[in-house]
Design a protein around this ligand. Sequence first.
Ligand code: 5GP
Ligand code: ZN
Length: 117
Amino acid sequence: MAGEPQDDCLFCKIVAGHVPATIVRETKTTVAFRDINPQAPTHILVIPKVHYPNAAELAAAEPALAADVLTETKAVAEEEKLESYRVVFNTGAGAGQTVFHAHAHVLGGRGMQWPPG
Ligand code: 5GP
Ligand code: ZN
């Protein structure tokens, strides 16, 4: 069920402390940690502590929590001193989503092209 921890979810395990991660920020509702396979000098994931399979379901069920995630992307960018950065919510396998617990990627520290591949 949405919002409930999922036994088979990697990011629920990171929230629970059962899988290690380099956590850079934590709030009552969110955790931010470094991506294990960074695609930019700064690559941090911001997730809600509760489980939703993607950003769309998170936004539909708990818009205030979705706003918390977005607010945290700003806080992360400030902490990392990023002047320019990209926030990405891959939503669905066809868009490149591989972990089905909603998350924002915060990418920065290098130049970027648009549109992405
Ligand atoms: P997605 O492809 O679902 O948008 O993003 C999932 C991200 O999670 C990928 O960028 C991937 O590198 C990252 N990731 C996968 N496994 C782990 C892990 O065990 N620890 C951390 N910190 N990041 C992970
Ligand atoms: Zn989860």
